[in-house]
Design a protein around this ligand. Structure first.
Ligand SMILES: *Cc1c(COP(=O)(O)O)cnc(C)c1O
Length: 383
């Protein structure tokens, strides 16, 4: 089976984990802090604003908790987003309001966001679809003018930039995911960026029981009665640890090479599939935009999409559609939404295998089988 995603881990990650074993400090410690500092430098933001957590989902939940939302507050997010984003909005006490996206890039445009914003909007969540930064600059400007907080879901975009500036550094909050299927992996893990220094300090408490100061060995060196709990606010327990952070540091060093290989694969798909009648390929990146190339998606007649996916699966090529629109998920289905771009793309889009472990031959096999599956059917895309 040619898989959709596959982590690139090897001897360097194993050696980094072995070092942590030797130190006998597996939990949140010096490796975690080092990884946070390295990631902050990679983003170009102050290190105290970056927190390594145990998942991207936890980062979303904590990020939204920081906004003190409540009943009557609305958070705008694209319907084409990961379920965790909507769940985090509800968990924070607010109502998710789904906006449309550009049907070809699957990213929300400024106009899509503007249409969904009301006086009750307290925050906007944008996702950089497949690692493509989208209209983040214009949306960030719009939100800043209105005093609306912007959270960037950069889960799949650790290497994405606009005019040299890192995706995730445009808004008030951002998250990344390092789960086993992502562009860089730690097994499970996520990063949270909090632009405001006071909010970032509060985030450090919220991710570890609400504790203002640790109550363990570190604290014993500086205070008496180090076992006291100075908790004033309910917190979660979602911190990262030195084992996964050690893997993350190695992955961050490998990131440029991994993304370069992803880009080669995308360019090969572009060449191999350019002349397939009835297939639309991802639009070219706008000038100044850099992608992490997490998804490669094709679009075709909705009458054939599902059969094409089944044909490919039967022939050993695993494809999928991301993300099934949230306004169609049972939990959120009651939300009435008129989202024509989303409806258009949801029936037509298919994501192809994309990871640095694919050989050129693998990519040609996928392209060849896709061509046959599409061309053997009568349907034709309306591009
Ligand atoms: C994977 C993902 C998440 C969640 O990250 P986890 O680390 O798996 O919890 C959130 N948003 C997007 C867009 C994702 O792809």
């Amino acid at each position: 089976m040619i898989n959709l995603f596959q982590p690139q881990v090897g001897d360097a990650e194993l050696a980094a984990v072995a070092e942590v074993f030797e130190r006998r400090w597996l939990g949140h410690g010096p490796r975690t802090t080092a990884f946070e500092d390295e990631f902050a430098e990679h983003l170009g933001v102050p290190p105290d604003r970056v927190l390594f957590l145990n998942s991207g989902t936890a980062s979303l939940f904590v990020g939204l908790d920081l906004l003190d939302l409540g009943p009557g507050d609305e958070v705008v997010l694209p319907s084409v987003a990961f379920i965790a984003a909507a769940n985090a909005v509800v968990s924070a006490g607010a109502r998710p309001v789904f906006c449309d996206v550009d049907p070809r890039t699957l990213n929300p445009t400024l106009a899509d966001v503007e249409r969904a914003v009301t006086p009750a909007t307290k925050a906007v969540v944008v996702l950089h679809y497949g690692g493509y930064p989208g209209d983040v600059v214009a949306i960030a400007e719009f939100c800043a003018e209105r005093g609306i907080d912007l959270l960037e879901d950069a889960a799949c975009s650790p290497a994405s930039r606009v005019d040299g500036r890192a995706a995730g550094s445009f808004g008030d909050l951002a998250i990344w995911s390092f789960d086993a299927a992502k562009v860089m992996v730690t097994g499970d893990g996520g990063m949270l960026y909090v632009r405001d220094a006071d909010r970032a300090e509060r985030a450090r408490r919220l991710v570890y029981h609400g504790l203002r100061h640790a109550s363990g060995l570190g604290r014993a060196r500086t205070a008496g009665q180090w076992w006291k709990l100075d908790v004033e606010e309910v917190g979660r327990r979602v911190i990262g640890n030195d084992l996964t952070a050690a893997i993350g540091s190695v992955q961050l060093r490998k990131l440029p090479a991994m993304v370069a290989r992803r880009r080669e694969i995308v360019e090969l798909y572009d060449r191999e599939l350019a002349d397939v009648a009835g297939l639309a390929l991802p639009p070219p990146l706008p000038a100044g935009h850099e992608s992490s190339y997490y998804f490669y998606w094709v679009q075709m007649d909705p009458a054939i999409r599902d059969d094409v996916a089944s044909d490919l699966f039967a022939e050993g090529v695993y494809t999928t559609f991301r993300y099934e629109p949230l306004h169609r998920v049972p939990l959120y289905g009651a939300v009435d939404a008129e989202l024509p771009g989303t409806e258009w793309l949801a029936g037509r889009t298919l994501c192809l295998p994309l990871h640095p472990g694919l050989s050129d031959e693998d990519v040609r096999v996928v392209a060849d089988r896709l061509r046959k599956a599409v061309e053997s059917r009568p349907g034709r895309a309306d591009r």
